[in-house]
Write a protein that binds this ligand. Structure first.
Ligand code: RIB
Length: 297
């Protein structure tokens, strides 16, 4: 079973600051680093490091070769990535001393993905395969519909939230991987509280499995008649960028490999705990051996 990860590749410009910039404030950054990221790239790396057979599709510009190399170094098949004249997508990330972040993304080549490109890519996949999507590229709604028509299982991380998101054919999604704010937006739940959001999502999308991440409160799962929870590990926070992506990639790779959802939640929780202990997005994603060998208190 293989997985097509159709998503964004970003050059992350990471500014280390004392705190997240306030409205009207001018803030001096201590350091600026360039790293590889984008939710699509990060989740592809996490899938591959967790042992899945991953094919990444997306678009980069002439400045995107390092992004492609990062994927290849992690064992992701990059043969479906297109090179365009448009610059690659990028993200401006403020990384505060607390480990919290604030991110602005510029779509660039990520927003040049057309229905024709999606069809050509999907022609390589069929029933039994998975597609994983986030919300940083163009034509996500088309990709959900086309993938489903071809018999793929659709996993969707609806991040970041956009105005168009509620109009996507979300009833076709097989697995949602999302945080409480995204869950609240999609379900219309009256509160951001995990169990209420999970119940509202389950009511709205009865055919889908739902994986809800709750930051330092852990994660929850609803699907196949089961409702599960998993607490987070208490670890020092260096950088939360990419922790959610690590969770998504690990959870999916584990369940695709036949792991029970409870065990997959635990493995993804361990992986994301390791990711927040290291600076950067893709670079902070641990290998399966590191996840297995990690000792948490
Ligand atoms: O989820 C983290 C990612 O969000 C960063 O790597 C950045 O590129 C943005 O897409």
């Amino acid at each position: 079973m293989k997985i097509l990860s159709l998503g964004s590749l970003n050059i992350d410009l990471v500014y280390s600051v004392s705190h997240i910039n306030l409205e009207g404030e001018t803030l001096s950054a201590r350091e600026r680093e360039t790293k590889q990221g984008g939710k699509g790239l990060n989740q592809s790396v996490a899938l591959a490091r967790a042992g899945a057979e991953v094919y990444m599709a997306g678009c980069v510009g002439p400045d995107g070769e390092e992004l492609v190399r990062t994927l290849e170094d992690s064992g992701v098949d990059t043969g479906l990535i297109r090179r365009l004249e448009e610059p690659s997508g990028h993200a401006i990330i403020q990384l505060a001393d607390s480990g919290a972040n604030s991110i602005i993304i510029y779509g660039g080549a990520n927003r040049k993905i057309t229905p024709e490109m999606i069809d050509e890519t999907l022609a390589r996949f069929g029933p039994g395969d998975y597609i994983l999507l986030q919300n940083e590229i163009s034509n996500v709604d088309y990709a959900i519909r086309s993938a489903k028509e071809r018999g793929l299982k659709v996993a969707f991380n609806p991040s970041p939230i956009s105005e168009e998101l509620p109009a996507y054919p979300l009833e076709l999604v097989d697995v949602f991987l999302l945080n409480e704010l995204e869950g609240q937006t999609l379900s219309g739940a009256a509160s951001e509280e995990g169990s209420r959001v999970l119940a509202a999502l389950a009511g709205k999308f009865p055919g889908a499995a739902i994986v809800l991440t709750l930051g330092d409160k852990g994660a929850m799962y609803h699907g196949g008649g089961q409702e599960l929870t998993c607490p987070a590990h208490k670890v020092p926070v260096v950088d939360t960028t990419g922790a959610g992506d690590t969770f998504c990639g690990y959870f999916l790779a584990c369940t695709m490999a036949g792991m029970e959802p409870q065990k997959a939640l635990e493995t993804a929780t361990r992986a994301s705990a390791l990711a927040i202990g290291k600076k950067g997005a893709a670079v902070s994603i641990p290998t399966l051996a590191q996840v297995k060998n990690a000792a948490f208190v």
